[in-house]
Design a protein around this ligand. Structure first.
Ligand code: TYD
Length: 213
């Protein structure tokens, strides 16, 4: 268990993967275990990053070109890392972010066919080289994801409205990133019930956090 320094965890997956629900369940356990933690979501988490989030996700911004999108995600992240994540880790907090730079590699790199090598350099630049200690990637088929998303259509933002093909490329991107980073990225089968997925997540987390119980 890592206690004498901060711990940085990230949750990843395509839209509809259920990662946000898992994070909410985990937050409840962290609270009960009296651990010092901070939950963040990307893009967002600072005043400037939330303003960038609005521009990125607003359905009216249909004319946004991929390059602008990429740079805005990176900009929101740079602000978040320096203003919030690094100070929290320095104060020995557990920091968990709903999405981080793997989202950019998967969505903008693989999903939008932009240069993955360049994106990885941009990610390093934006985060000043900060890497998550562990990343949980919730994997499921695009069909199941679409079925789940269908149930929350009122919430769907500009990126949720993307085509099935885009989602498929993004998923393949995640799988490829996970394969290249087996030490950092834990793949969790998200095709199952929330309770089953949560048990898996807790098993994986046991090595790094003492949740008690
Ligand atoms: P959000 O409502 O937070 O979706 P979710 O609950 O699925 O995380 O919207 C974030 C959207 O932005 C989501 O479709 C994924 C996308 N995204 C990127 O394309 N690149 C990125 O770097 C990040 C952080 C998110």
């Amino acid at each position: 268990m890592i206690l004498n320094k901060g711990l940085f965890l990230t949750f990843e997956g395509i839209d509809g993967s259920g990662k946000t629900m898992q994070l909410e369940m985990l937050t409840e356990d962290l609270r009960k275990a009296n651990l010092k933690y901070l939950i963040l979501r990307e893009p967002g988490g600072t005043s400037i990053s939330e303003q960038i989030r609005k521009v990125l996700l607003d359905r009216v911004n249909q004319e946004m070109i991929p390059e602008t999108e990429l740079l805005l995600f990176a900009a929101a992240r740079a602000q978040l890392v320096q203003e919030v994540v690094k100070p929290a880790l320095a104060a020995k907090s557990i920091v968990i972010s709903d999405r981080f730079y793997d989202s950019t590699t998967a969505y903008q790199g693989f999903g939008r066919d932009m240069d993955v090598h360049f994106i990885q350099m941009l990610n390093t630049f934006a985060t000043q080289g900060l890497q998550p200690d562990f990343t949980f990637y919730f994997d499921l088929s695009v069909e199941t994801a679409i079925e789940r998303l269908g149930k929350r259509t009122e919430k769907n933002d500009r990126i949720d409205l993307e085509s099935k093909k885009f989602m498929e490329k993004t998923r393949q991107g995640y799988l490829s990133i996970a394969q290249k980073n087996p030490e950092r990225i834990k793949v969790i089968d998200a095709e199952r019930t929330p309770e089953e997925i949560f048990q898996d997540l807790k098993m994986e987390l046991k090595q790094v956090i003492d949740l008690g119980g």
